[in-house]
Design a protein around this ligand. Sequence first.
Ligand code: G3P
Length: 220
Amino acid sequence: MKFFIDTANLKEIDEARSLGMLDGVTTNPSLISNESVSNQKEIQKHYISICERLKNEENVSAEVISTDYDNMIQEGEKLSLLHPRIVVKIPITKNGIRAIKYFSNKKIKTNCTLIFSTGQALLAAKAGANYVSPFIGRLDDLSYNGLNLIREIKNVYENYHFKTKILGASIRNPLHIIECSKIGIHAITSPISVVYSLLNHPLTDIGLEKFLKDFKKKIK
Ligand code: G3P
């Protein structure tokens, strides 16, 4: 399973790279607004800096802000011209679906975001999205089972051999990552803190402490 990092923060991206856990990056308007950027020029420069940290097969999702079709197209085209590693992230709306179809015809890669139902994921795939981002944690927050959505989408995509890749998003805890890997989706996108939490096990800590204590008792 691919590990994408859900951040626009360059330090976190570098940290994920040094861990060997970086297959791609996803951003969204909220994450971009947390960085020191205050206008379009700075945002564009920031996206380019992210792209330059990635390898050829990796990509970064950059989301459009516009909600009307013409501006979505204009914005998405500009984003895609910034760097070949940009994937244009588009929300699942009527205009969004039309825009995804347009970009798919032009071979510009898209990630359809804010997916909360199987029906939305089906439309995104039919429009030709390269990725869909179902939001697991935000569904869990409302007492819906986010992982069930992932299972359903995988099932539907397999029924019809859709090429759209499932990118599990809104990851909040290590079980989300583990369950996604058991379901067998292409990738998850997670904050780096949740990736670190996969490391935690008290028996590892106890075991390491004992190994070092035993060693130091006998060996100078
Ligand atoms: O980038 C989209 C998604 O991963 C957002 O996650 O934690 O804000 O629900 P979250």
